[in-house]
Design a protein around this ligand. Structure first.
Ligand SMILES: Cc1ncc(COP(=O)(O)O)c(C=O)c1O
Length: 381
């Protein structure tokens, strides 16, 4: 078993970390961008060391053993049987979202998504010369849901793509089979392709929930789905840029590859090495991680519940908490908490002004410190 200690402090300052360099020397605990402060599994680091010790780091093809590993992994984790040739390697999921937009339809066609959502969902359509259409997610006692009526009403004959985040960043919802089936049904009737970003699919915190790959639900879904996945969130290796699309429909896959041609670089050699080691040997580490994250989630939930007027929701998946800060009546709640020493993501970037996103993928003592700072500033304001 891997030597797992998620409480071990690791100083990330001075490592050109996106997350930690944002605030420089200011005393602000960074709980924003979605990477975790934990070291990658030892099995992953060892595999990378072995690869480096070989010494030659030339152009690399996706290793056949990695593709086999991915096929096995999808079968084991999600009972999803895929063929090796369905896999298209990508140097990042965001690349995949943008390529999906360029794959579906033509310039000026529509791309629909539900807000709030991970910001590149909102920028990719325009970057790809498509029109962005948004519908709000609906909240009820059972969580966050697509509003099927509003979705269907928003579609035009030119809407060619639906961008789905499943499980959902930032609200942490694990969509149920019935809801995914309704989405597939609507897309089928309107001939809309589905790009299903499932990067958080391995980070299910609620033991009663299970991630279901959209494409695995039905033959209709299989035909119209571009599934995007990666080991980067699961094993905390996002800086290695190794991810992949699974596209079962041959024509759709070849259009996707065409949209990538000459622009999208290959995955780097260490990205492949890390991905294979993680998917083969990283699952004990992953189990311990999910337990740790679940406790962090519960800590955040309890703390924020006692911090009116903030309101939060128990995420079923991801290491992200979505917080409604509108009750504060502030124009810029992110700046307010930064001035109290806590760096959160601004909901405005996700299409939801007045909300905040808190990344609890960090050691517990740091999280407790951040929550205490939030409590302090709310008491004294
Ligand atoms: C839903 C979602 N998709 C994609 C990404 C980023 O993927 P990549 O770093 O591989 O581009 C993230 C990172 O936070 C994410 O939350």
């Amino acid at each position: 078993m891997d030597d797992v200690d998620f409480d071990r402090p690791i100083d990330r300052r001075g490592t050109a970390s996106l997350k930690w360099q944002k605030y420089g020397d200011r005393d602000i605990i960074p709980l924003w961008v979605a990477d975790m402060d934990f070291a990658a599994p030892t099995v992953v680091l060892d595999a990378m060391r072995t690869r480096i010790d070989h010494g030659v780091l030339g152009y690399t093809r996706p290793p056949a053993s990695l593709i086999e590993t991915v096929v096995d992994m999808l079968q084991q984790q999600f009972a999803w049987r895929i063929e090796p040739e369905w896999v298209v390697w990508l140097p990042g999921l965001v690349t995949g979202i943008n390529v999906a937009c360029r794959t579906a339809g033509n310039d000026g066609d529509g791309v629909v998504t539900a807000v709030p959502v991970y910001p590149p969902f909102l920028s990719a359509p325009q970057l790809s010369r498509r029109e962005l259409i948004t519908v709000p997610l609906r909240r009820d006692d059972s969580g966050w849901h697509w509003d099927m009526k509003r979705l269907e009403a928003s579609l035009t004959p030119h809407t060619r793509l639906l961008l789905l985040c499943s499980p959902h960043n930032p609200v942490g919802q694990v969509f149920r089979r019935a809801e995914l089936m309704d989405l597939i049904d609507i897309c089928e009737r309107h001939d809309v392709i589905i790009c299903s970003d499932e990067i958080h699919g391995d980070l299910i915190l609620d033991p009663a929930r299970r991630h279901i790959p959209t494409a695995a639900i039905s033959p209709a879904a299989h035909e119209r789905c571009i599934t995007l996945m990666a080991p980067s969130k699961t094993f905390n290796i996002p800086g290695l840029g190794c991810s992949f699309a699974v596209i079962g429909n041959d024509r759709l896959r070849s259009r996707f590859r065409q949209a990538m041609a000459g622009i999208v670089p290959d995955v780097n050699v260490l990205g492949y090495t890390a991905a294979e080691a993680a998917y083969r040997y990283g699952w004990d580490w992953h189990r311990a991680l999910v337990d740790y994250l679940r406790q962090n989630r519960d800590l955040v939930f309890r703390a924020i519940t006692h911090l009116p007027p903030l309101q939060t929701f128990l995420p079923e998946a991801t290491y992200l908490a979505w917080i409604d800060a509108r009750g504060l009546g502030l124009k810029n709640p992110t700046a307010f908490f930064e001035s109290a020493g806590v760096g959160l993501s601004d909901g405005k970037d996700f299409g939801a002004e007045g909300y905040l996103r808190l990344n609890f993928g960090c050691r517990r003592a740091l999280l407790e410190d951040a929550l205490a700072r939030m409590q302090q500033v709310l008491i004294t304001r």
